[in-house]
Write a protein that binds this ligand. Structure first.
Ligand code: HAM
Length: 418
């Protein structure tokens, strides 16, 4: 085969016709489950202002320092959204969604962009589904988020995973912990990675998230935030754990879990799967009580998560879970000659109106080639039409799977199928 002249960019993939049914099946599951939880869908533009992402996600995060696709056009700075929490909060503030009353329970599905080094389960364009509950600081909201996330995997049949949970504290707890952490790391400062040294002053907690080998020893023995939570944060976290136990959702507490964005406060969680290899995070999220204010809104607590859809697909493949039924078409009209082709073209809408999927040959092929095509399309029935059939008004109606035939008029076929 000749090599294509143009290809997709590195780490970006076409979803081809053989794969799109499973994407649609997954999307349908998400829409159905979201409706059961009374989440409402929000769709925001693919591009946002670069400043929003820098401010929302955090200037020193990997996403902002290394991974955003950003460019200038005219006077505007555009960024392809690397995630949707900051954009959804932007939309919440911009459109005063708080005025709708109560807490806003929003969900989304869509593509995100991060200029990461591609590998299995890590793309530059990938898809997430997620939810953001904006306007409640009740631990019930945290747990509803987690319950929704788990429900999607449960419904699909992915059961083998690990829910890791931590509290990264409220600002008071974080300040106390940051200073303990700095005191602990200070004597080792020169041995830390360059990136961790940069984070030392402004955001030492992100050092706990470092993958650099030279940092690992210090991370392992670092003091943990759970010992430094103030009463309020500790109580909130205890409630989240308590509700999860009440729902029978298993979790493990991971004191090193800090997540990759700066906006998190209090609850943080991640769902990992042993079926995924090195990129093992299926989903992650947490509380971000300061972000709405950071982006220009009134102080408003919020919590959410997002899940990687490609990673979910990889897990399905590993577990031999078929998300979609094999493709099929109910009727394939095999037409021989011009008159038969024009009859076929006018018969198609009658089937479709009756809710029956129907197609025909567009290439004027031989009967043999059309029958072969009907098999390839996984047709349930074929109708064979030539000049003789047209004259008689009776057509060969063939059950493709059982290889049975009868001679029927179009009306008889329609009655039989409906
Ligand atoms: P995140 O952990 O960056 O969180 O991404 C969530 C999930 O998206 C990951 O667990 C992973 O499954 C998937 N993902 C991330 N990057 C890639 C990639 N390069 N290729 C394939 N999949 C990827 C967030 O995005 C937060 N906005 C989640 C959140 C919502 N927190 C609160 N609300």
């Amino acid at each position: 085969m000749a090599k294509a002249k143009y290809t997709t960019h590195l780490g970006m993939f076409d979803i081809l016709p053989d794969e799109s049914p499973k994407w649609r099946a997954l999307e349908n599951i998400i829409h159905e489950e979201a409706a059961k939880f009374n989440f409402e869908e929000i769709r925001t533009p693919i591009m946002e202002q670069t400043e929003l992402i820098k401010r929302g996600v955090g200037q020193l995060t990997d996403i902002v320092t290394k991974e955003i696709f950003a460019f200038k056009k005219g006077d505007s700075n555009y960024v392809l959204r690397p995630e949707l929490t900051a954009p959804v909060v932007r939309s919440f503030v911009e459109h005063h969604l708080d005025q709708r009353g109560g807490s806003q329970k929003l969900y989304y599905i869509g593509p995100m962009f991060r200029a990461e080094r591609p590998q299995k389960g890590r793309q530059r364009q990938f898809h997430q589904f997620g939810v953001e509950i904006i306007g409640s600081d009740d631990p019930v909201a945290d747990v509803e988020c987690i319950a929704f996330m788990m429900q999607i995997y449960k419904r699909i049949g992915i059961k083998n995973f690990n829910l890791k949970l931590n509290s990264v504290g409220d600002p008071e707890s974080r300040d106390a912990y940051k200073s303990v952490l700095r005191d602990y790391l200070k004597p080792h400062f020169d041995s830390l990675s360059e990136l961790s040294q940069k984070r030392f002053d402004k955001n030492p907690m992100r050092i706990l998230d470092s993958k650099e080998p030279e940092d690992q020893e210090f991370i392992k023995n670092a003091p943990v935030i759970s010992d430094h939570l103030n009463e309020e944060s500790a109580r909130h976290f205890e409630k989240v754990c308590d509700y999860l136990r009440k729902l029978g959702i298993e979790y493990t507490i991971d004191p090193l879990l800090v997540r990759g964005m700066d906006y998190y406060t209090r609850t943080a969680f991640e769902l990992t799967s042993p079926d995924l290899g090195s990129q093992d995070a299926l989903a992650g999220g947490g509380r971000y009580d300061l972000l709405v204010q950071e982006i220009g809104g009134k102080p408003t607590p919020a919590v959410g998560f997002a899940a990687g859809m490609e990673r979910l697909m990889i897990a399905c493949e590993e577990l031999n879970i078929e998300l979609a039924l094999p493709k099929k078409v109910d009727i394939y009209i095999v037409s021989l000659g011009d008159n038969a082709r024009s009859w076929a073209l006018t018969a198609l809408p009658k089937f479709r109106e009756a809710g029956i999927s129907a197609t025909m040959d567009y290439l004027g092929r031989s009967m043999r080639a059309q029958m072969k095509d009907a098999n390839r399309e996984n047709a349930v029935y074929s109708i064979i039409v030539g000049d003789n059939e047209l004259e008689e008004g009776k057509f060969t109606f063939r059950n493709m799977h059982e290889s049975e035939e009868e001679s029927l008029s179009l009306d008889e076929i329609l009655t039989k199928l409906s």
